[in-house]
Design a binder for this molecule. Sequence first.
Ligand SMILES: C[S@@+](CC[C@H](N)C(=O)[O-])C[C@H]1O[C@@H](n2cnc3c(N)ncnc32)[C@H](O)[C@@H]1O
Length: 234
Amino acid sequence: MGKGEEEEEHQDIEDEDDTDDDDGDDEEEEEEKWRKHYSSRHRILLVGEGDFSFSLSLARRFGSARNMVATSLDTQEDIATKYSNGIKNVRELELRGCIVLFGVDAKQMSQHYFLSTQRFQRIVYNFPHVGFRYREGSYCQIQSNKRLVKSFLKNAKVLLRKEGGEIHISHKEGDPYNKWDLVKKAEKIGLVLHETVPFRMDDYPGYRNKRAQGSLSDAPFHLGVCSTYKFKLS
Ligand SMILES: C[S@@+](CC[C@H](N)C(=O)[O-])C[C@H]1O[C@@H](n2cnc3c(N)ncnc32)[C@H](O)[C@@H]1O
């Protein structure tokens, strides 16, 4: 599959009635399906999920999610407590064949007992954030977030397929987010920016971005202008 085909050509085929109940027809099952940058033929690792609604948006489009591993730092109990739809989303993912893993730390995931045996074509972390330890624009908060992103990229690089692999980070634009130096961090560890494209929620029906922390865990955060940064091995 040629790169660059992803964004434009497959956008129009989105059908909001996308539960894709194509059961019983093997040929239909094997047909390649796209959700924005992601294909049913990619082996996809999702990292730092909130209520797993982003993973589920892909899974519903693909029909089968046997090509996906969806992970969260939270335990299953945390997911039940923090998100009104978390467990429901996890169960549907599992029914669709997705492997769902809890307690996966993006900073150490290359040593995870199962993930360390796998290689992925797409590794996706939407809106990485350590949680509010300090004020968002403060030096300490920015440093913590930078450390998270750097460790994630290092670990993702190990788990990435050499041929055609991409690591995607969706991230807010503007101050203080541009102080995280995503691209510089990536370059320092042997990755190169392939492209940056606008991130739009509408591209992922059903996706609900989550604060993921405190009493407002289940609430969305303001997205504003944001982008998906795509990195490749240099
Ligand atoms: C702003 S929330 C975004 C959640 C989700 N990706 C979304 O788009 O709604 C940041 C997420 O990063 C996760 N996170 C923070 N530190 C992490 C780590 N070391 N490993 C994996 N996930 C982490 C949090 O648990 C939280 O789910």
